[in-house]
Each structure stands twice: as C-alpha cells, then as structure tokens.
Design a protein around this ligand. Structure first.
Ligand SMILES: O=C(O)C1=C[C@@H](OP(=O)(O)O)[C@@H](O)[C@H](O)C1
Ligand SMILES: C=C(OP(=O)(O)O)C(=O)O
Length: 422
C-alpha cells in the first residue's frame, strides 16, 4: 500500500476467517460524554481507539475533563470548573460536533468549535437553536454549520424544547445526553420528519439508563429528568457497522466469516445485517463466540429503506452491485450531510467502475453491470474505503484512494482485511 492508494485485494477463492473489529464509535463516544457528567470516574473498557474517539477525548480535555489510558480501556474523570478560552477540534466527527457543545454550555469556558473543511458543510443549526432555547449563549456565522463559539455560564436551566432532528438523529441524542445535567432536566419534542438512525436514539436512551438516568419516551416526546450519574465501569461492544464489509465479503465470495463477540442483544444498527444477509441467502448464526456468516452465491436485487441504518449504505450499495438484478435504496436523503454527500459520491464512484447507479431524491438505484478496474475515490469518508474494499474482492484493479481515511473508525482496517483473505 502506498500512502495515497491501496489496491484492494481480489479474493482468489472461498476462505474461512475469524475477525475482530474494534469498539463501537457511537457507544464509545456516548460513554465518554456521559462519564464527564458523572459524579466519579468511569472506566470505559474496550473503547474504540480511532480518529473520532481521540477527537472526542481531545474535546473533553479542552472542556475540563481528564482521562488516562489503561491496558484495556480509558478512565474518564468528570468535568471540572475552569475559565478562559479554549478550542475544540471537531475533525469530521459528527458525534463530537453534536454531543460536546452542550457540555461547553454547562461549563464556564468560552469554547471555539471548528474542524475539517468537511464538517463546515455538515448541518448543526437545529441543535444550536435548541441549545439557545435551553439557555446557551452561542455565536455562529449563520451558515448552520461549524465554526461556532459557545460561552459557558456555569450551568443551564434546561426545560422544554422542540427540535427538528430529521437531518441527523445526533441533534436529539445530544440534547438527551446532556439532559441529566440541566437544572430542570430536558423535555424534547420532535418537529419535522422522523429522525433517521432510530437505533442510535435507542442507544442514547440505553446509555443514559446505564449511567443511572431515567429517560422516558412517549412517541415523539422525550423527557430526561435531572440526575446524578454514575457508572464505575462500562464495557463497549464491537462496532457492528465496522463489521459490515467483512460480512459482505462472506456473502460475495461464498466464504465463512466469523465476527467475534457479536452481542446477543444490542441497540447498534449493524445488527440489522443479520436480517439482510439471511435475505441474500447466506447462512447466519449467532452463538457465544460471535456471528458466523457463510455466503451462498448469487442473490436477487433488493428494495431497501435504510432510513434507520443509514451509516451502512456505502457497504450495502457496494454489495448490491453484484446482485442478479436492479436494486433500490431509499430513506437516506440525510446522507448528503454525512462525511461527504454519500449519495453523490457513491453514484459517481460506482458508475466510474462500470455499474449503472443513479441518485434519487432519497437514495440510489443500482443496476448491476460488469465492473472494471479503476480508481475509487473516497472523499475523506471511512465507509467509502470499506465499500472500495468490498468491490475489490470481485473486481481486480480497484485502487482505493486515501485508504488512511478509514482511521476515522478503524485504523487497522487494511491489515485486518488483508489477513482475512489470507
Ligand atoms: O449517534 C450516533 O452515534 C450516530 C448517528 C447516525 O447519525 P445520523 O443520524 O446523522 O445519520 C449515524 O449515521 C452516525 O454514524 C453515528
Ligand atoms: C455518519 C457517520 O459518522 P459521524 O459520527 O461523523 O456522523 C458514519 O460513521 O457513518
């Protein structure tokens, strides 16, 4: 692999591999945020160590929390009071950009938030407006995206607020995660369409409960009363969305792939992959060791609404390029505000390798066609690197640009992928 490109390896036959994927980004970064609001230290075991997780720890450090690494985890100590001006680097991490501004508003520092060029295109206005309604003092340039500055005033009254979370479930999750620390807690009523990524909302409620809060939900209304949080130890599950390309590999090469430590119950959206792979004819079984998937060869085109599991779209789109007929992906208009405009990027890059892919208003239409060698550009999007790897399994000469960008969630992806193929 050169630094700039990686020729994704082609499978020469069926294989049998066992894979370990790192901790869930979404769980790790929620656990870190809640740990800073707890009354004592939290040991987060098996957390993700990646760019997004480090950006979160860097942000929490700037905001006045402290942490230290242990051999199998990170011990996070709560936020402390402090004054002065600090900066938070958001990189291109949605969880950092959306989950940490409320923490800044609860503190006493003046905090400037900014990051990569790409984060300056990702929506945040509905969240900033809800935080202002809850008492936060925030300056922004009116574009509805970073940069922005939060002037902490030592606490927030909280109370009732409405938010349109249809562009990202992270707006809602951000308000709920900070809810226990507001004087009056928070009552959030959703306006606009249903938030995407419903499992991530369930994940937020689950972690709040694990830290001792008592969130309640009644349809589109959520209530989080004030609470003293505590969770001396939290064990992070493997990231099931990171597992997606490995499971797709089993499906595409009639191989067997075991993903270790797949949880028997989880709020992660990646658990839906079990259902998808079964509908593609794969054999899927879950036992104490993990998930085992054996691919079955050809599969029909699919009509998939991915609204609840949008982050899986790049890998699923790559997989569907090998279906026996056309497929449709819908419900994911919000992917235009992800790491990149994922619908445009996937349409361009999959078409560039020979597939017939068209953008729709909320998804993609994919008509399989013989694919050929070429460069697969990745737009600083970790999940496009994973999609390129999946394509390369069946198409010799797929050159994945900027493979290192996969370090957002899995710095060891290329090495693990190559060792899976033996
Ligand atoms: O809360 C979270 O951890 C996430 C929520 C989802 O965001 P959107 O609702 O913006 O899609 C998901 O796509 C992202 O990868 C992680
Ligand atoms: C949308 C994603 O990330 P983020 O946490 O930056 O929103 C993703 O990982 O697919």
């Amino acid at each position: 692999m050169s630094a700039e490109t990686w020729v994704a390896p082609t499978a020469t036959g069926a294989f049998d591999a066992t894979v370990r994927v790192p901790g869930s980004k979404s769980i790790t970064n929620r656990a870190y945020v809640l740990a800073t609001l707890a009354s004592g230290p939290t040991t987060v075991r098996h957390p993700l160590d990646s760019r997004d997780a480090r950006l979160m720890l860097g942000a929490l450090d700037a905001l006045g929390a402290s942490w230290r690494a242990t051999p199998d985890g990170v011990i996070v100590s709560p936020l402390t009071a402090g004054i002065g001006e600090v900066s938070v680097d958001l990189g291109n991490a949605g969880t950092v950009a959306r989950f940490t501004p409320a923490l800044a508003a609860l503190g006493s520092r003046t905090v400037r938030f900014d990051g990569d060029e790409a984060i300056r295109r990702r929506p945040i206005a509905p969240l900033l407006s809800a935080l202002r309604d809850l008492g936060a003092d925030i300056d922004d340039d009116g574009r509805g995206a970073p940069p922005f500055t939060v002037r902490g005033s030592g606490g927030l009254p909280g109370g009732a607020v409405t938010v349109d979370s249809s562009a990202s479930s992270q707006f809602l999750s951000a308000l709920l995660l900070a809810g226990p620390a507001f004087d009056k807690g928070v009552t959030v009523r959703l306006t606009g369409g249903a938030p995407p990524s419903e499992p991530h909302v369930a994940m937020t409620l689950d972690l709040l409960r694990r830290f001792g809060a008592a969130p309640e939900r009644d349809g589109t209304e959520f209530h989080v009363p004030p609470a003293t949080l505590s969770c001396p130890e939290y064990v992070v599950e493997p990231d099931l969305s990171t597992a997606a390309p490995f499971l797709a590999a089993a499906a595409l090469t009639e191989s067997t792939v075991r993903v270790r430590d797949w949880p028997s119950t989880t709020t992660q959206p990646g658990d839906w992959l079990r259902e998808l792979l079964r509908s593609l004819g794969a054999r899927v079984s879950l036992d104490a060791e993990g998930l085992v998937v054996t691919g079955a060869g050809g599969f029909p085109g699919q009509d998939l609404d991915l609204h609840e599991v949008g982050e899986l779209t790049p890998v699923v789109a790559a997989l569907l390029c090998f279906a026996d007929g056309p497929s449709r992906i819908s419900g994911v208009a919000h992917l235009r505000g992800h790491e990149t405009d994922r619908l445009a990027a996937l349409a361009t890059e999959l078409s560039g390798l020979g597939a017939r892919v068209a953008e729709t208003s909320d998804g993609l239409r994919i008509t399989p066609a013989p694919l050929h060698a070429g460069t697969f550009h990745t737009y600083d999007d970790h999940r496009l690197v994973m999609a390129g790897a999946v394509l390369g399994l069946r198409v010799p000469g797929v050159v994945v640009a900027n493979p290192a960008t996969v370090g957002k969630t899995f710095p060891g992806f290329v090495a693990t992928w190559e060792s899976m193929l033996g």
